[in-house]
Design a protein around this ligand. Structure first.
Ligand SMILES: [Zn+2]
Length: 266
């Protein structure tokens, strides 16, 4: 009898989760991983990235102070929007990967963000870059990366990494997989909408992610970014619509500093 009751409650729960929108959202963001582990996993993966200059040739801080200052102050402005989930729990560090051929950006769990020089050089507007940063921040803030990683490797294996009980090599594999870890279309829509929500409180065009995707989707050869961030239906329109609904400003910010940073990277 008890078993029947439990089963009944479970079925009811599934029906509830599947039927109304906010609950469906919760279901899609269901994550078996405790949030503290995002922080630890991110720390370990970022250490691995720093020590692997072959796969991740990081732009040295020395001699590139202005470039780093620019991208970090842009990130800070987005983080200070007051809208970022887990703002105070995660590290939110930004590093630049010195690879002008690659138009990509990715984020580890716990908020370590990596932006490729190829992506910065490719973009025309500071707002486009802010749109990408907002989108990446959202993937970490909503913990999409751990959700995808636990799907790929299983919770147990990821937990072993966090507790340090793992064979060497796995963490390297995980770091590499982050550059090709693709999100679901649901996660993509959520990150797009969050990007608008964050940017709305900054001086950047709240729909910056729209012009970014317009530009990158117009490429004859789809860049790495697109294979890991699959396009939800009507992506560009949905971002613009979100900005309109939230009554955000869609005026472009000035490009003076952005253009200077691009010059420095050339
Ligand atoms: Zn994405």
């Amino acid at each position: 009898m008890i078993r029947v009751k439990v089963m009944y409650v479970f079925i009811l729960l599934l029906i509830t989760l599947g039927s109304c929108d906010p609950a469906k959202k919760a279901w899609n963001n269901f994550n078996l991983f405790p949030v503290e582990d995002d922080v630890e996993l991110g720390k370990q993966v970022s250490n691995q990235i720093e020590s692997d200059s072959k796969n991740f040739p990081l732009l040295p801080e020395r001699g590139n102070e202005e470039v780093y200052k620019y991208i970090r102050s842009m990130t800070q402005e987005i983080l200070n929007s007051g809208k970022v989930e887990n703002r105070d729990k995660f590290a939110w560090e930004v590093k630049i990967v010195d690879d002008p051929e690659t138009k990509n950006a990715f984020v580890t769990p716990g908020g370590y963000i990596y932006v490729y020089t190829g992506l910065i050089l490719f973009l025309d507007e500071a707002d486009d870059l802010a749109g990408v940063m907002g989108h990446e921040i959202a993937h970490a803030a909503y913990r999409h990366s751990t959700a995808q990683m636990t799907k790929l490797y299983g919770v147990d294996l990821i937990r072993q990494v966090v507790t340090g009980n793992t064979e060497s090599g796995l963490i390297g594999q995980i770091a590499m997989s982050l550059t090709s870890l693709s999100f679901s279309r649901f996660h993509e829509s959520q990150a797009d909408a969050a990007s608008v929500k964050y940017l709305c409180e900054t001086r950047y065009n709240a729909a910056g992610a729209a012009s970014f995707f317009e530009k990158i989707e117009g490429q004859p050869q789809p860049p790495a970014f697109l294979s890991t961030h699959p396009s939800p239906k009507n992506r560009v329109e949905a971002i613009k619509e979100e900005a309109k609904e939230r009554k955000c400003s869609t005026r472009n910010a000035r490009n003076t500093d952005f253009n200077r940073v691009k010059q420095l990277l050339k």
